[in-house]
Ligand binder design. Structure first.
Ligand SMILES: Nc1nc(O)c(N)c(N[C@@H]2O[C@H](COP(=O)(O)O)[C@@H](O)[C@H]2O)n1
Length: 213
């Protein structure tokens, strides 16, 4: 089954809380930051005055604008550390904001992509921001139900497409063993998890009504 892609960029859009510009505070390195963007843009500099100007910027766009204006004063190792800085920002944002965490987890197993208008690093071809979000999603779901949905057990029609629904193979041999495994997996999910699973794996015509058995 093809994996869908979810795009984000503007904070007002349905998955906009994944944008660094969304209005979610983060608490990192002993202080509170207005947005993840404020934290990220400030981290580029060592100069205290400049850092202060970015910290106090009224909007995340303004923080980014000031940082870009002073590009030449960036710390020399910035390109080596920037991915780690971004990872730290996203992790704090998801762990400290329940609404962001809920949206992030419900995106599974879709691919996350920043719909950047400019640049190919955080969005575009490289899509580093999307990749970091997916890594954070995996970490958050590691021991929980969302991990089961990230790596779902495929439904019987995807696992053994050679067996038609009425086949005796589902009552004997490998089909039977798989059906037992699948039942244990599916009925082990919460009602919300089962509902999400059914959205992801819509049965083909032959298997219509399967979930209502
Ligand atoms: N608003 C917006 N529009 C674009 O087209 C973008 N590519 C981005 N990217 C975001 O900007 C931050 C990093 O930028 P710089 O490394 O300072 O260029 C980061 O939050 C990206 O997600 N934003």
């Amino acid at each position: 089954m093809p994996v869908e892609s979810i795009y984000f960029l503007n904070p007002e859009d349905p998955f906009g809380c994944l944008s660094n510009a969304s209005r979610h505070q983060v608490y990192i390195d002993g202080m509170s930051w207005q947005t993840a963007e404020h934290y990220f843009q400030t981290a580029k500099f060592k100069d205290a005055k400049l850092r202060y100007a970015i910290i106090r910027a009224e909007t995340p766009d303004e923080a980014r604008r000031i940082a870009h204006q002073h590009r030449r004063d960036q710390r020399p190792d910035w390109h080596k550390i920037k991915v780690g800085v971004m990872r730290k920002a996203l992790s704090a944002k998801a762990r400290q904001n329940a609404d962001v965490r809920a949206v992030l987890l419900i995106t599974a197993p879709a691919r996350l992509k920043q719909h950047a208008k400019t640049g190919d690093f955080w969005g575009g071809k490289k899509n580093m921001l999307g990749k970091l979000w997916m890594q954070e999603r995996d970490r958050l779901g590691e021991s929980g139900e969302f991990d089961s949905l990230n790596r779902p057990l495929p439904p019987p029609w995807e696992k053994y497409p050679e067996l038609h629904r009425a086949s005796i193979g589902w009552r004997m041999g490998y089909g039977e063993a798989y059906m037992e495994e699948w039942d244990a997996y599916f009925y082990g999910l919460s009602p919300a998890g089962r509902s999400r699973y059914q959205q992801i794996f819509t049965p083909p015509k032959e298997w219509h009504g399967f979930y209502d058995r």
